[in-house]
Design a protein around this ligand. Sequence first.
Ligand SMILES: NC(=O)c1ccc[n+]([C@@H]2O[C@H](COP(=O)([O-])OP(=O)(O)OC[C@H]3O[C@@H](n4cnc5c(N)ncnc54)[C@H](OP(=O)(O)O)[C@@H]3O)[C@@H](O)[C@H]2O)c1
Length: 412
Amino acid sequence: MATSLLSSSLCIHKEVCSQIHLYTFGGLLGKSNVSLKETSFLGTSLSNHLKSEFTPTIPKNKAQCNQRKISASIVSGQTMSTTPTITHATTPGKKTLRTGSVIITGASSGLGLASAKALAETGKWHVIMACRDFLKAERAAKSAGIAKENYTIMHLDLSSLESVKQFVDNFRRSGRPLDALVCNAAVYQPTAKEPTFTADGFELSVGTNHLGHFLLSRLLLDDLKQSDYPSKRLIIVGSITGNTNTLAGNVPPKAGLGDLRGFSGGLNGLNSSAMIDGGKFDGAKAYKDSKVCNMLTMQEFHRRFHEDTGITFASLYPGCIATTGLFREHIPLFRILFPPFQKYITKGFVSEEESGKRLAQVVSDPSLTKSGVYWSWNKDSASFENQLSQEASDVEKARKMWEISERLVGLA
Ligand SMILES: NC(=O)c1ccc[n+]([C@@H]2O[C@H](COP(=O)([O-])OP(=O)(O)OC[C@H]3O[C@@H](n4cnc5c(N)ncnc54)[C@H](OP(=O)(O)O)[C@@H]3O)[C@@H](O)[C@H]2O)c1
């Protein structure tokens, strides 16, 4: 009945239907010859080549050595990961790790909050919730039932490079180690007619989702390097919508960075376009482009730093979490119809709780230590290494995008 109700609504509200179609999965109802690798509801089989690459770090100094004596523990590798079950800290008969310290950006709602809760509940992690709205984050943590001693809220506004630097200073002053960093926060402006800009004058979606995170992760790389945690990780949340090798990624406007001419010009909408490819502003495309940058950044990090640092760099598509605040700027009817559309028609819907477990798995599961991977989950909630689109895995474009990003955030 829900389905038939929804179908008739969709016929009546063509505009909304096309908007739902546009965001992600509408195209699945039609025909296409693109390869289907990403969505959990498509039943993609579990890749069997996941293997543990657990490599303990060698203590560099006496302090680390002493800390090791206290916290030394062995994380056993598994060959395959299935359901995103979060292991609890106290396994009888085994030594426990020291509490890990993870920063999650945008932990005040949706995926960020759900993963903060999933990690905190294991008792193995202290979560630094890096949020722009302190009160909202506090209320969210309380209502999610995260125990006070398991989280700290620190201010971070990714749409300001100054705020990113201030956050890094504050974090260092806290004296906590950094064992995992999750770049999760994002804005999505599908209905915006005109671009808006960050404090530094970059188009807001790319400025926040990519450039803010780029500076944050570059600055915190040294802190991650110094961690003595057995598996230190830098996770950048990706999306199906940026991957044009999927049906959802083929729904217009498609992601496309072009020759990066707008990006190179600073995305300021004055002497350069606000769009990376130099084209006319489109809020939905700007979001998808930012996700391509996120996935390219993860791979470039892997190429540049994995071997020397042992840090695991990874990205993921957590599934379609149709209920989150990401869609807050969409028209009201879209927000009403999108969740049932995903639940009953495409069957691509993933609850916030489930998506939080998936992200927590990428942060802490001993079997997901492989670096340079873009994780997805099949219909049985089993993780597998997914393929990125040609553009989202273009080595030359990643290098160019990295170099321009360095210049824009003042690192070069
Ligand atoms: N929802 C999906 O179906 C889906 C699918 C694939 C990937 N993703 C990805 O999942 C991630 C989380 O999205 P979500 O769905 O959980 O959306 P969400 O509920 O809207 O969460 C986004 C978070 O980002 C924060 N944020 C936005 N601008 C910020 C800024 N300038 N500085 C600091 N934090 C900022 C928000 O803070 P406030 O609470 O203060 O607004 C919020 O906590 C994103 O990377 C998104 O691309 C989502």
